[in-house]
Unconditional design. Structure first.
Length: 387
């Protein structure tokens, strides 16, 4: 028998519950209710040929406490009958009673009422994400405590560790950044935060761990005696340096940073891939020769392009076609290449970048900078001389 069973109706309703569809209707009940679910029932022929089965089907629907919409039929053999056509629910209470979610509905309503009294601005979040709101039921008191505190203390300019509220610690704040960020955006005046900022801390005025820049003087000077061989400072401090050294090298790979040969009147910076963005505001670099060495692959050229967007005079080294072809035995595969347009590459760099993109030397070929022969590195640095 393929007629709709009570279990199938409950299954459909539970799937809507699991998607949040039912609880979302609390915000606007008329958007969903009255709710009708069509029942597949007996055909006209089956009414007479399977009358006992039809009666049993109707009995089971009624015993399951389904609210039914009936259709009056007049059959030439069995006469007048009322046949169910839909399960018809007038409100969410009826649905939750059927699927065993009355306690969850009551908890959600209590939560909505509580928030309407304390912080009505965040109620739309509950209406949009009701199941997540229920999952957080034990956390709402603390979440609201943080929301109300930040509303009273916008742009606090302290670390999350310094938030001093009962029951609130760094772990709680870190674990709930996603939810708190969405609640803050609803509860705070728009002028008190920066929506476009990349991180939670920057958006809402908390201090972040300082971005640090690591560098090495490549020759001893009075400013950098021989014992200062590897230095790490916050990027703001680095931007204020007067290094007293003329040349600047940036490399992508740490071992190349550590092994880079001595060079007169120069320092080297560990760029660490796309983290070269930390060098954006270092004004003193604009007045010094600046050299970048990265992998010969699509991302290496993308990082060069990025660095050049801050410092247009950046020159690449050991990223040329000759170096690439000379080390064919060391080529490996680039797992996730980029194909973004890189407008700041020079003609030779652009030609090699396009060849890598289009598989001129095989699919996704790359040469990692640590595989370049060290003699070639020594030769290139030596060619610079002391000028």
């Amino acid at each position: 028998m393929s007629w709709t069973t009570p279990g199938e109706v409950k299954k459909k309703l539970l799937s809507w519950w699991d998607k949040g569809k039912l609880l979302r209707s609390e915000a606007d009940p008329t958007s969903l209710f009255p709710l009708q679910i069509k029942l597949k029932g007996p055909s006209s022929a089956e009414l007479s040929s399977r009358f006992a089965d039809v009666s049993d089907w109707i009995r089971r629907l009624v015993e399951a406490d389904l609210p039914l919409k009936m259709r009056h039929t007049q059959h030439r053999i069995i006469g007048a009958n009322e046949i169910p056509t839909h399960a018809l629910f007038q409100n969410l209470d009826q649905v939750c009673r059927l699927i065993g979610k009355r306690s969850e509905l009551a908890a959600f309503r209590r939560l909505v009422n509580q928030l309407r009294e304390v912080c009505p601005e965040v109620v739309p979040w509950l209406e949009k994400r009701p199941l997540r709101a229920l999952e957080l039921s034990s956390e709402w008191e603390r979440l609201l405590r943080v929301v109300l505190w930040l509303r009273e203390n916008p742009q606090p300019q302290i670390y999350l560790r310094q938030v001093d509220l009962p029951g609130i610690n760094t772990k709680f704040l870190e674990n709930h950044k996603g939810v708190l960020g969405e609640l803050f955006a609803l509860a705070l005046p728009v002028e008190s935060y920066t929506p476009e900022a990349a991180s939670f801390e920057e958006r809402f005025g908390f201090k972040t761990r300082p971005v640090r820049i690591r560098f090495r003087p490549l020759s001893a000077t009075p400013a950098y005696p021989g014992c200062w061989t590897d230095i790490t400072v916050p990027k703001e401090d680095f931007a204020q340096l007067d290094p007293g050294l003329r040349r600047v090298f940036v490399v992508e790979n740490e071992i190349n940073y550590l092994a880079f040969p001595k060079c007169h009147d120069a320092l080297i910076i560990f760029g660490s891939g796309y983290k070269v963005g930390a060098l954006r505001d270092v004004e003193w670099m604009k007045s010094r020769p600046l050299y970048y060495w990265g992998d010969i692959d699509t991302h290496g050229f993308a990082i060069l392009n990025q660095l050049r967007s801050y410092h247009p005079h950046t020159q690449s080294f050991l990223m040329d076609r000759e170096t690439f072809l000379t080390h064919e035995a060391q080529w490996v595969e680039e797992s996730t290449p980029t194909r973004n347009p890189l407008a700041l590459l020079n003609a030779e760099e652009q030609a090699l970048y396009q060849d890598l993109i289009h598989g001129e030397y095989g699919e996704n070929r790359r040469l990692e900078q640590e595989l370049v022969g060290f003699g070639r590195v020594l030769g290139w640095v030596g060619s610079l001389g002391r000028g």
